[in-house]
Design a protein around this ligand. Structure first.
Ligand SMILES: C[S@@+](CC[C@H](N)C(=O)[O-])C[C@H]1O[C@@H](n2cnc3c(N)ncnc32)[C@H](O)[C@@H]1O
Length: 220
């Protein structure tokens, strides 16, 4: 079974930054195989440049407690677990098939004692998680980012990092590329997220032009 990338389904061009050619993550053969397999089925996992950037953030922050919203088949969590041997990672995914595959991958990788997969809707799950995360990777339901932000701030420790993926959305959000009508509302919501994160006095935020754009916010 293949899962179409949104931009492949809609004819949207893949957007590559000028740095993409230099930025590739170092991963074990096992993770490389899982990534290749996911890409071949068009599962929308983090591209090379984004994963590598997240790896650099993880190496700098050295989080002990990570939350990922939108885990798909578990690639980011596997990568984070490989990089940080004592990190605990909570992974929320609402698609039952992706969730089951992620659970299988975590088990094969021998990390079930420190990776906690949760099947459910991120908006609902974050309401019942206890906090203390020092790294949150927000990578699901882009239109909901703005709704999630206040709760994610509560869940984040002081000094913790919130990385929100795809905030430049194929160039639409910054106006480099004209937004198709059907994406207009999504672009509005992502712009709201950016304004809220950048304007929040409790956060220090930079929008980074890697992959499809990552908003990196540090809780002050
Ligand atoms: C871009 S993919 C995640 C890729 C993953 N973070 C990685 O890089 O390996 C987004 C995932 O979010 C999931 N998703 C979408 N809306 C969601 C929601 N409201 N709650 C939880 N998961 C959601 C989708 O099923 C999809 O697997």
């Amino acid at each position: 079974m293949t899962y179409g990338y949104a931009h492949k389904n809609t004819g949207e061009a893949e957007r590559k930054s000028v740095t993409a050619q230099f930025n590739a993550p170092r991963v074990s053969d096992v993770i490389a195989k899982i990534r290749e397999n996911a890409f071949s089925r068009e599962i929308p996992i983090a591209d090379d440049e984004t994963l590598n950037f997240l790896g650099t953030l993880l190496a700098a922050v050295k989080p002990k407690k990570i939350l990922e919203l939108g885990g798909a088949v578990g690639v980011f969590a596997l990568y984070a677990a490989e990089l940080l041997k004592d990190a605990q990672i909570t992974v929320v995914e609402k698609d039952e098939k992706f969730y089951a595959e992620a659970v299988q991958n975590f088990s094969a990788f021998g990390i079930t004692s420190r990776v906690f997969p949760v099947l459910g809707d991120a908006g609902e799950v974050i309401g019942r998680l206890s906090g203390g995360f020092d790294f949150i990777f927000l990578d699901c339901a882009k239109a909901q980012y703005i709704k999630y932000l206040p709760r994610l701030k509560e869940l984040l420790k002081k000094g913790g990092v919130l990385a929100a993926d795809d905030v430049l959305l194929f160039g639409y959000v910054a106006g480099e590329v004209e937004t198709p009508k059907k994406r207009a509302m999504l672009v509005t919501h992502i712009r709201e997220y950016i304004s809220a994160a950048v304007g929040d006095g409790g956060l220090q935020t930079t929008i980074v032009n890697v992959g499809n754009g990552v908003a990196v916010s540090v809780k002050l």
